[in-house]
Design a protein around this ligand. Sequence first.
Ligand SMILES: NC(=O)C1=CN([C@@H]2O[C@H](COP(=O)(O)OP(=O)(O)OC[C@H]3O[C@@H](n4cnc5c(N)ncnc54)[C@H](O)[C@@H]3O)[C@@H](O)[C@H]2O)C=CC1
Ligand SMILES: CC(=O)C(=O)O
Ligand SMILES: [K+]
Ligand SMILES: [Mn+2]
Length: 353
Amino acid sequence: MEKKKIAVIPGDGIGKEVVPAALKVLEVVSQLNEDLQFDFTEFPWGSEFYLKTGEMMPKDGLETLRDFDAVFLGAVGDPERVPDHISLWGLLIQIRRGFQQTINLRPARYFQGLDSPLKNPNGFDIVVVRENSEGEYSDSGGRIHHGEDEIVIQNAIFTRKRTESVMRYAFQLAEKRRKSVTSATKSNGLVHSMPFWDEVFAEVSEDFTHINTKKIHIDALAAMFVTNPESFDVVVASNLFGDILTDIGGAIMGSIGMAPSANINVTGEYPSMFEPVHGSAPDIAGKNRANPIGQIWTAKMMLDHFGKQALGEEVLQAIENVTKQGCKTPDIGGSCSTTEVTDEICRNLQNLI
Ligand SMILES: NC(=O)C1=CN([C@@H]2O[C@H](COP(=O)(O)OP(=O)(O)OC[C@H]3O[C@@H](n4cnc5c(N)ncnc54)[C@H](O)[C@@H]3O)[C@@H](O)[C@H]2O)C=CC1
Ligand SMILES: CC(=O)C(=O)O
Ligand SMILES: [K+]
Ligand SMILES: [Mn+2]
């Protein structure tokens, strides 16, 4: 029997609703599979915690999390009460960086029963591999002077090591899929970082001559996610470009509430972290109307990470059965609540396994 120790951080807003939903699904998975058990430990970290203590998580937070097999997170952000750069950098980005979760995997695929806003969704199936530790998200820079003399510098940092690593990861993933990698670039506008990005992409692709490659400027690529998403398999992108593309990935599935993600520590030295793409959605928090599918699919990615791909497939099948049968939250055109959708997915899973 395997027991996985999971650190659970619901965080803020709808994180507190969709995380319990996904844990319910994982409970069903473990009830039906006695050889896989979970030991969940919940941490009340986030904006509420910040307002009480002045910190998003305790100083020794990373040490506490280090012994777990994975971190399962909802979302952070309470923009009315805590500035977003504090909430994000005080928790999420600290974990991503402290645990060297250098790769962020974000799939987007067509589901039966979803009203994609696309006229012709045509069964797209994309994985965006996002660099997750540097790039445009950097604290290098600063502000000096005031008033009309004020100067602001925000540097983007690209290291050869991390750039090469995210690209290799993308190519290796493409080998197991449809053997195509598209690189998101912008070497016509960003004259240092993106020509470098293109060079590394060309170098790495030489080790994978059996994989088809394309490089597309991010503006055109963003448009193509809308006009023909079925033309993409694996897409590799810098931190910011990947962030933007994957909200579009969510949108073409019908809602960002569908979209999952995995922050991977490639070496296994630290735990990886699993969280949906969406944020805390303050506009709908506390109303039992948040779509739990992004978080439940995120749990599926955690099962994959534990080597339980077959179980993960069952979870995905249960999700699709439920969307097909029409039990959906309002963001994807239904009238079911968070808890109703979750219970339906659990019921379906019980019949599948
Ligand atoms: N990784 C994280 O924890 C992230 C945190 N944030 C934070 O979340 C807060 C809100 O940010 P926003 O830019 O509004 O992004 P958001 O993703 O929270 O919400 C954008 C829109 O999508 C909707 N939405 C999001 N998730 C949904 C779900 N599961 N079901 C139904 N509808 C859903 C929201 O209602 C809203 O209209 C901010 O504090 C921001 O910094 C934003 C993005 C990622
Ligand atoms: C912060 C953010 O928007 C993301 O990780 O997707
Ligand atoms: K999130
Ligand atoms: Mn984002």
